[in-house]
Write a new protein. Structure first.
Length: 73
C-alpha cells in the first residue's frame, strides 16, 4: 500500500492507495497534479531515507510527501 502525505497549516493528512488498483492509482495521480498545481512541493524517500524532489507522479513510490512553499514575512 502506498501513501501520499499532505502537510499544511493544520498538520497532515494521509491518503492510502493500492498501486495495482487502477481507480486508486488514478485518484492518486489526480491528487498529485492538483496539489503540485496549487504550489505544493512533492518529494519521495530514497533508500538512504533522504527526500528527493519529484516533478511528476511516480506510481511506484511507496510514500510521497507534499508540503507547501514557505512564505517569508
Amino acid at each position: 500500500m502506498a501513501t501520499q502525505i499532505v502537510m499544511d497549516g493544520t498538520g497532515d493528512s494521509r491518503h492510502f492507495f493500492e498501486q495495482d488498483d487502477r481507480n486508486g492509482l488514478a485518484e492518486a495521480e489526480r491528487r498529485f497534479k492538483k496539489l503540485t498545481c496549487e504550489g505544493f512541493t512533492a518529494a519521495t524517500r530514497t533508500a538512504a531515507g533522504d527526500l528527493k524532489l519529484i516533478r511528476s507522479f511516480d506510481p511506484t513510490a511507496e510514500e510521497t510527501l507534499f508540503y507547501p512553499h514557505l512564505v517569508g514575512g
